[in-house]
Ligand binder design. Structure first.
Ligand code: PSU
Ligand code: MN
Length: 304
C-alpha cells in the first residue's frame, strides 16, 4: 500500500537536509477558533516559525492522505466556515482517509503524523487532558497516550482549566512523559500563567533543553516531551471573567448532555462567547508564543 503520509516538497527537503521543522495542528483551525481569526492565526503561526529560521508543517487529512505541510489555500479550506471538517483523533484517521473527507488533526492525530514524518517539534495552544469528572466518565483525551508513544516535543501553554489539571499531570507521570516548565516552576493553566501545580523539571535555556531531548530519544525512550510555556505576562487576561465563563460552560455541557468528541469544541467556543472574546485574543497570543519557542528549540536541537 502506498504510504499515506505525504510531505510537501518544502518539508521533505527540510527534513532530508536536517533543517529545523515545526509541526502545527489543524483542529485548532477547524474547531478551536472562529472565522476569520482561525485563518489569520494559522498563517501567523507559519510566519513566526519561518522568522525563527524553521519550516512550518501544518498537518491535516486531505483527499485520502495525511498531508504534512499545507498551502495557504489548503489552510483556508480547513478554516472556512462553510467547510465540513471532521475532527480527527487517532480512532478517526483510517475512516476519514478511506472516505477522502477533509479532516483536521487533534494533538493526538498531529503527533502520530509528525512522528511518522520524522518531525521532532510541534506547537499548539493547549493539549487535551483528563476532563473534570474524568474519574467517572473516563473522558481522557487520546492526546495523552499518544504523547507517550511519539518522540516529539510538544510546546503548549499547559492545559485549559476546562480540564482537571492535577489528574492530567498524574496521568502524564504514569505514562512516563516528561513535563518541562519553560522558565517556570509551575504548570501553566493556558490563559493564566499559574495553576498552583508544580512541574517536576524546569529549563531556562533552549540549548540545555535541546540536549535533554537528544538524551531522551537516544536512550531511546518512546515518549514525547511536554514543554509547558506560560502565556507572556503582557497578554495574560484577567482570571475572574474567564473562570466564570468556564464554570458556566461546564454547567451547560452537563445540562445539555454534551460528551465525547463534541465536548472540547463546545467548551472552547462557549468560554470564548461568554468571556466576550477576552479568551480569544489571549489564545492567539499564547499559541504564537508557543510557535516561536518550538522553532527556537528546533533550531537549537538541529545544531546540538
Ligand atoms: N485545547 C485548546 N484548544 C484546542 C484543543 C484543545 O485549548 O483547540 C483541541 C486540540 O486539537 C486537542 C483537542 O488535541 O482539542 C482535544 O480534544 P479531546 O479533548 O476531544 O481529545
Ligand atoms: Mn474526550
Amino acid at each position: 500500500m502506498k504510504l499515506l503520509i505525504s510531505c510537501s516538497e518544502e518539508v521533505r527537503a527540510a527534513l532530508q537536509g536536517g533543517q529545523p521543522v515545526v509541526a502545527l495542528e489543524s483542529t485548532i483551525i477547524s474547531h478551536g477558533m472562529p472565522w476569520p481569526q482561525n485563518m489569520e492565526t494559522a498563517l501567523a503561526l507559519e510566519k513566526i516559525v519561518r522568522e525563527e529560521g524553521a519550516i512550518p508543517a501544518t498537518i491535516a487529512l486531505l483527499d485520502g492522505r495525511i498531508q504534512v505541510g499545507l498551502s495557504a489555500a489548503e489552510i483556508e479550506r480547513l478554516a472556512a466556515p462553510e467547510s465540513e471538517v471532521v475532527k480527527c483523533s487517532l480512532r478517526d484517521l483510517a475512516v476519514v482517509l478511506q472516505r477522502k473527507a477533509l479532516g483536521a488533526t487533534t494533538v493526538a492525530g498531529t503527533l502520530f503524523a509528525a512522528a511518522g514524518a520524522g518531525i521532532r517539534f510541534f506547537a499548539t495552544g493547549g493539549i487535551g487532558g483528563v476532563h473534570r469528572g474524568g474519574e467517572q466518565s473516563l473522558d481522557i483525551s487520546a492526546d495523552l497516550p499518544q504523547l507517550a508513544r511519539s518522540q516529539v516535543a510538544v510546546v503548549s501553554a499547559g492545559a485549559k482549566s476546562i480540564l482537571d489539571l492535577p489528574r492530567t499531570l498524574e496521568y502524564l507521570e504514569t505514562l512516563g512523559v516528561p513535563v518541562i516548565g519553560w522558565q517556570t516552576d509551575e504548570f501553566p493553566a493556558f490563559f493564566t500563567r499559574s495553576s498552583g501545580q508544580p512541574v517536576a523539571h524546569r529549563y531556562d535555556s533552549e540549548e540545555h533543553l535541546a540536549k535533554a531531548l537528544k538524551i531522551q530519544w537516544s536512550l531511546p525512550l518512546p515518549q514525547g516531551v511536554l514543554v509547558a510555556n506560560p502565556i507572556p505576562e503582557a497578554f495574560e487576561p484577567e482570571a475572574e471573567p474567564i473562570q466564570r465563563a468556564t464554570e458556566q460552560a461546564l454547567a451547560e455541557a452537563k445540562e445539555q448532555n454534551i460528551y465525547g468528541k463534541a465536548l472540547t469544541p463546545f467548551l472552547l467556543s462557549r468560554v470564548e462567547q461568554l468571556s466576550g472574546g477576552l479568551s480569544l485574543s489571549a489564545n492567539v497570543k499564547l499559541v504564537e508564543n508557543n510557535a516561536r519557542l518550538a522553532a527556537r528549540l528546533a533550531r537549537a536541537y538541529a545544531i546540538s
